[in-house]
Design a protein around this ligand. Structure first.
Ligand SMILES: CC(C)(COP(=O)(O)OP(=O)(O)OC[C@H]1O[C@@H](n2cnc3c(N)ncnc32)[C@H](O)[C@@H]1OP(=O)(O)O)[C@@H](O)C(=O)NCCC(=O)NCCS
Length: 205
C-alpha cells in the first residue's frame, strides 16, 4: 500500500482558466495562433494567410481566447450571403477539454447572429469526433460528405449546418450554452468584428 505521504499531489486543472477572455484576433496574436495552428492541422495556415484574412474585416470574424497574456485558442468564420462559414477552430493541446473551443465557437455564433447571418456551416474531418461532438452541441447537423476534401490526409469532410440561427429557438440554445460555458458572461464579445472588402479565396477546413 502507498502511504499518503508518498503520493505526489498533482493538480490537474479543469474548467476554463478564470481569466479567459475572448477578443478579436489581431496581428499581434498571430505568433500564438501559429504555435497552436502547427500542432492542430496537418496543413497549417501561414502567417500571410491569416494576415490576408484579417484584412477582410467585416467579411470575416476571427477571435482568440487568451489567458495570462497567451493565446490558448482561436477560431474564425467567413460571411457569405446568409451563411457564416466556420473556417477554423483550435485550442492549444494542453488546454483541450476545458471549455475553450466552446467559448470561441459561442463567440463566433453570437457574432454571426449579430452580423445578420441565418445559418452556420462548416466542414470537419469525418473522424474528428471531438470537433463533431462540439458542433452537435451547437446544433450543427450533418448534411453531406465531401469526398477527399482533406487530400493531405486522404480523408472525407462531413458538411454540417446549423440553420435558422436568427430564430428564437437558436437564441435560446446560445443562451443555454452561454450559461454552461461562460456563467459569468464576461468572455464573449457582443458584436461583429471589423469591416473591409475583398476575398482571400482560401478554402475553409
Ligand atoms: C475541436 C477542438 C477545437 C475542441 O476544443 P476544446 O477546447 O478541447 O473543446 P471544449 O473543451 O470547449 O469542449 C466543449 C464540448 O465539446 C465536446 N468535446 C470536445 N472535445 C471532445 C472530445 N475529445 N471527445 C468528446 N467530446 C468532446 C464536448 O461536448 C465538450 O463539452 P464537455 O467537455 O463539457 O463534455 C480541439 O479538440 C482542437 O483544437 N482540435 C484540433 C483542431 C481541430 O480539429 N479543429 C476542428 C476543425 S473542424
Amino acid at each position: 500500500m502507498i502511504e499518503p505521504t508518498e503520493l505526489e499531489v498533482v493538480a490537474v486543472p479543469s474548467g476554463a482558466p478564470a481569466d479567459l477572455e475572448i477578443v478579436p484576433m489581431r496581428r499581434r496574436h498571430l505568433r500564438g495562433v501559429l504555435r497552436i495552428e502547427v500542432q492542430s492541422y496537418p496543413k497549417p495556415w501561414t502567417y500571410g494567410l491569416y494576415l490576408s484574412e484579417l484584412a477582410l474585416g467585416g467579411l470575416r470574424c476571427y477571435l482568440v481566447a487568451r489567458s495570462r497574456g497567451e493565446v490558448v485558442g482561436y477560431g474564425g468564420a467567413m460571411y457569405i450571403g446568409p451563411d457564416a462559414h466556420v473556417t477554423t477552430l483550435a485550442t492549444a493541446p494542453e488546454f483541450h477539454r476545458r471549455g475553450i473551443g466552446g467559448r470561441v465557437l459561442l463567440g463566433l455564433a453570437r457574432a454571426a447572429v449579430a452580423h445578420g447571418a441565418e445559418n452556420l456551416t462548416l466542414e470537419v474531418r469525418v473522424t474528428n469526433e471531438a470537433a463533431i461532438a462540439l458542433y452537435r452541441r451547437f446544433g450543427f447537423a450533418p448534411a453531406g460528405v465531401r469526398k477527399n476534401y482533406y487530400a493531405e490526409v486522404n480523408e472525407d469532410a462531413l458538411v454540417m449546418w446549423a440553420n435558422d440561427i436568427h430564430a428564437e429557438e437558436y437564441a435560446a440554445r446560445l443562451d443555454r450554452l452561454g450559461a454552461e460555458l461562460d456563467p459569468t458572461g464576461t468572455a464573449v464579445p457582443d458584436g461583429p468584428v471589423p469591416a473591409g472588402p475583398g476575398s482571400s479565396g482560401e478554402e475553409a477546413r
